[in-house]
Write a new protein. Sequence first.
Length: 407
Amino acid sequence: MYDFAVFWDWMAFAVRWLHVITAIAWIGSSFYFIALDLGLNRNIPGPADGEEWQVHGGGFYHIQKYLVAPEQMPDHLTWFKWESYATWLSGAALLMIVYWVGGELYLIDAQKADLALWQGILISAASLTVGWLVYDFLCKSGLGERPTLLMVLLFVLLVAMGWGYNQIFTGRAMMLHLGAFTATIMTANVFFIIMPNQRIVVDDLQNGRTPDPKYGKIAKLRSTHNNYLTLPVVFLMLSNHYPLAFATEYNWIIASLVFLMGVTIRHYFNTRHARTGNPTWTWLVTALLFLAIIWLSTAPMYKPLEEAEAQPLTSYEERFASAEGFEEAHDVVLGRCSMCHAREPVWEGILWAPKGVLLETEADIARNAKQIYLQAGVSHAMPPANVTYMEPEDRDAIIRWVRNAGL
């Protein structure tokens, strides 16, 4: 049974790898086409909306854009859609592996909401769907003709969702779900709006009809939203590795400021690509926003040790705390790991517990049994460089304890 934990960790790694690869493909093509569209030379005669000459890899590329479509449909037409779909599907699988199957540890914060795991999973899944429906309604209303106001309302929606997630989920899950919420909007834009509109244009051309420019305009609006949301989504997906981002009471405000940073950064590059200016003021605004995030992250992140000890064990924690060998493993972890993984670390240079993992109390150690098993039992990842001289028999004690618990 214990081998399943190792297999499952490798499965999570494989899905994460796939997610990163597909995200690179999607973000790369998105950034490229935004830069291409903004940089087109439109002072040319002919039916094309603009053209661009580019050089890469020893060759020259001549690219032309048609505002609606060319007079005749080419035989070979490349559609950009699977990058988006594969990114969302792999991300959804990773969400299920880490935050649904591992929900006792990563999803619900029992001190925030007294929910069963199935209730947390239901909220997790439903929120992604509801978010898209609200956003899509706003875009299809008259606000579609007022893009700036629409972007402001979208920002308000994202802030509200971040706050709402933080009332239920752990800080780590809040950040991840807000990223998934945003990514769902982006992929749904491609699947429900951009691609169907492009198919309508192609069908009109193939049947001798003149395509309606409105379909391209609608798709352009959604594509622009995707462009400005991309960088914040990347930040939110990376945040689970940095407790200074997720393990603070102001994490939802930090996430909100990240969305503003995404706007200032993309505004700079979009303006430069369009050759309409050099808005260096965005550098200062971005730096100030980041300094604000750093300041917010220094708020007290953990309760005092005495208060933490008073918390009763959950059923998940009790399973490991009552397993044979826990006392021996508990002593090993306290002696080899707790000097860094503490509410007030004593190891020089360590100001906060790495990854936000605390290993001081029985509840701490029982809660993190799986990671202790994988990081310090079957592998030698922890302690780093074995700086606390964990002996082979110490690792064996950890392995015996977790296996006895039936992980």
